[in-house]
Design a protein around this ligand. Structure first.
Ligand code: GNR
Ligand code: NI
Length: 167
C-alpha cells in the first residue's frame, strides 16, 4: 500500500466531473487500499479519487474514532435528503481553512461497494455531511464554492502563495 499525494485547490484536476467506475479489477482494489491509507495518514474522514489525481467516481470514508468503519462509495448518488442545516466544514484539498456551509443532516445513499455490488444506506450528522462533501468532489465541486466570492478569492490567493512557496 502507499500514501498518495493529495492535490490542493486551485488544481484544475479537482474541477472535473469524474466518469463512473466500470472495471472492478485488481488495479481498482489497489487504488482503494491506497486511498484508505492516504485518508488515515492525512488524517481525514473521507477522500475522493480525484483528490489523488484519479478521474473515477469513487470515494472512501471512515467517520469512526477507531478507524473500524471503512466505507467505499462507487458511482454514488443521493436518493433522499431532508432540509439543509448550517455545519462547519474543512477539506484536505483546502488545507488549514474551515468555514460554515449548509448541508442536509439526513440522507439516503445508493452506491456500489468495492466488488461492484449495489447497496443503500441512511446516514445523518457527520457521516451525512461527509457523503455530500465526497459526492461534490466527484462532481468537480469544493465546499468553498458555497462561500461568498470574496472569501473564495481570499482562500485561492492564500493557497496559491503557499504552493509557490513550496507548501
Ligand atoms: O477530513 C475531512 N473532514 C471533514 C470535516 C467536515 C466535513 C467534511 C470533511 S471531509 C475531510 C476530508 C476531505 O477533504 N475529503 O474530501
Ligand atoms: Ni475534501
Amino acid at each position: 500500500m502507499a500514501v498518495l499525494p493529495i492535490l490542493h485547490h486551485p488544481d484544475p484536476r479537482l474541477r472535473r466531473k469524474t466518469p463512473p467506475v466500470e472495471r472492478f479489477d485488481q488495479d481498482l482494489q489497489r487504488l482503494i487500499d491506497d486511498m484508505f491509507e492516504t485518508m488515515y495518514a492525512a488524517p481525514g474522514v473521507g477522500l475522493a479519487a480525484n483528490q489523488v489525481g484519479v478521474q473515477l467516481r469513487l470515494a472512501v470514508m471512515d467517520c469512526s474514532d477507531e478507524h473500524d468503519q471503512p466505507l467505499v462509495m462507487i458511482n454514488p448518488e443521493l436518493v433522499m435528503t431532508d432540509d439543509p442545516q448550517e455545519v462547519e466544514e474543512g477539506c484536505l484539498s483546502v488545507p488549514d481553512i474551515r468555514d460554515k456551509i449548509r448541508r442536509y443532516n439526513k440522507l439516503r445513499l445508493r452506491a456500489l461497494d468495492r466488488n461492484g455490488q449495489p447497496y443503500e444506506l441512511e446516514a445523518d450528522g457527520l457521516m451525512a455531511q461527509c457523503i455530500q462533501h465526497e459526492i461534490d468532489h466527484l462532481d468537480g465541486k469544493l465546499y468553498i464554492d458555497y462561500l461568498s466570492s470574496l472569501k473564495r478569492e481570499r482562500i485561492r490567493k492564500k493557497l496559491q502563495k503557499a504552493a509557490v512557496a513550496g507548501g
